[in-house]
Design a protein around this ligand. Sequence first.
Ligand SMILES: Nc1ncnc2c1ncn2[C@@H]1O[C@H](COP(=O)(O)OP(=O)(O)OP(=O)(O)O)[C@@H](O)[C@H]1O
Ligand SMILES: [Mg+2]
Length: 675
Amino acid sequence: MNKNQPNNPQNPPDSPPPRRRLAFLNWLKPHRSPQPAGPAANTGPQTHSSPDDLEADYKPLDFKVVRGVLGWMSPFKKQYAITTLIGLSVTLLEILTPRYMEQLIDVDIPGKTWNIFGSMLLWTAGILSPAWKQHLLNLNRTDRAYVNIVLTILVWALTMGIALVLQRLAIWYTTLIGQKVIFNLRRSVFGQLQKLSMNYYDRTRFGRILTRGTSDIDSMSNFIVWGINTLVGNLSLMIVVAVIFIIMDWRIALSVLWLGPVLYFMNMAYRRKVGGAWRRVREAYTRVSTNLAENISGMRVVTAFNRQDQNLDAFNDLQEHNTANNLRAAQINGIYQPLLNVVGFVGRVIILLLGTYLVFHTSRDPSSRPMTVGELIALYVYWDWFMGPVINFGNFYNDTMMAMACAERVQALLAEKPQVADQPAAMLLPHISGDVVFENVVFGYDPAKPVLHGISFTAPAGKTIALVGQTGCGKSTIVSLICRFYQPQSGRILIDGFDLRTVQGESLHRQMGIVSQNNYLFSGTVLDNIRYARPEATEQQVMDAARQLNAYDAILRLKDGFQTQVGERGSSLSLGQRQLICFTRAFLANPRILLLDEATSAMDTATELLIQRAMETLVANRTTFVVAHRLSTITSADLVLVMDQGHIIESGTHQSLLEKQGTYAALYREFTEPS
Ligand SMILES: Nc1ncnc2c1ncn2[C@@H]1O[C@H](COP(=O)(O)OP(=O)(O)OP(=O)(O)O)[C@@H](O)[C@H]1O
Ligand SMILES: [Mg+2]
């Protein structure tokens, strides 16, 4: 039998076959891909990854983490048990191959007697037709050999056929269950991300969060889909083959089985070494792709400042590093892989030498246990069946450690408690009129560094409150607190007399609308974006809202009107157009409290005017907080709160503040009087 033929179902240590053959045994990749950090992980803005960018790739087995992973899999216990059983049957069927070969060589080819299938045929013929039985009995030795051979091959083919069908079934079913577990896991991660408060997003980098839902789960998928099957399949294969060795010939068993642990530890050492090398490859690769991404997104700046040459040099430096790391990994691979092959080869040599000795010795000394050529060949073939799982175990352990590191991070995300969450006894906020009161509110994104120092004010329902002050003084922070994106460290925020801490977030947000400083539009059409806050709104209602806001014509002038695709984050629209769409979105939602955090960038007078008018319609009859940079907004506000470094230093109407001759009046003069 040619060991290297492509259909050889074994798993030689030098080139583990693709997973789909003996799939549940060989699910592990022989080599790590050098580019596992997908684009998702590489979109960060930095050119060089700091040590902080790199998260642990491996984690030793930790019972708590394993229990967590098993917990994700447990809803499908029964299904896992079924696939494992099917997988085991496949192993048991496939493991018969060398026995068929043994029979062919020892019994069928010599043709001295009928083989087991021949005997069964004779028995059946005896029942069906005595003449046929007689014909079979009359066959000469060569013809009997042919019948024996054909029968063995037929039964062998049948066995392999059944094994193949069962194997496909096991693969399909295992993949199905694994994918269901992964689906549920991704759903939990997404759900958890939606529950978490803004402070989580402030302190966790975008790339990291993205990794939790994408590559971390991907890295676990092998374990989740194939882990149990691999463990049970390989373990049972190894034990069964070892037992077969001992039963068939204990002398050969003793002489080679010790190589198993040797190979296992060598493989582990190799994995560790090559694992480290691949990790360095990944890091270097991450830097290359991050640099590339940064260059692409900053192309305008690159061109404007003529930085092409320097950037190309910097990119090439990173590339050189990447190439060197790749070569080093290949070098380690080149040294270790042949070493692993040598162990397998030593085993084969021992089996052949000792085996042939036993065959000769037996024929000379009939008193000792006979060893046949068929047995020798069967043992030779079984040897690789024994070594395959040993290698697989090394890989399995390695992949498991990787899966554990990812599982631990995902579990940490899922265990994260949202800073702002509904209290168990939180109540439904009734329909509000929109009184907002701040009572001595102290807040800092980092509690140790407050950015609002004891803010107090009263905003009567239906009025427009303008927040003014220098950049960074805390205007947007006040808006975020009213939205309950964060929890104040002390003081209270009351809406219609209800403390924000005691109400259900959903009932609050339903009555609140926000147009923020960085207006966010989702990819999709203008219509989809306007309808975002009120999906049940009809197209007619959307048009009416746009008309009332005077935004209708401006939207119609877009390439496809309301059906215009806004692009990623609304990138294909101008700032003014985006603002109008966000206004319309807020207007359609018809909130009781409206929060407008104006964009500071200047617009042309026509758009200014358009937005100004839209805003007047928008704010009517609802409590509105406007972070105002536009004079017209401020002058028409019912209350102006002047802020400075987290304090409210003046408040009143535009007129009263002017009369006060304080900071506001000075600012106003500076703004209006030509220098
Ligand atoms: N997510 C955040 N995490 C940590 N600090 C923040 C965060 N957002 C704002 N800050 C800090 O809080 C302070 C107040 O910021 P805020 O955004 O409220 O200013 P602002 O008055 O809205 O300024 P601008 O007019 O420029 O929008 C600033 O010093 C800012 O650096
Ligand atoms: Mg702001």
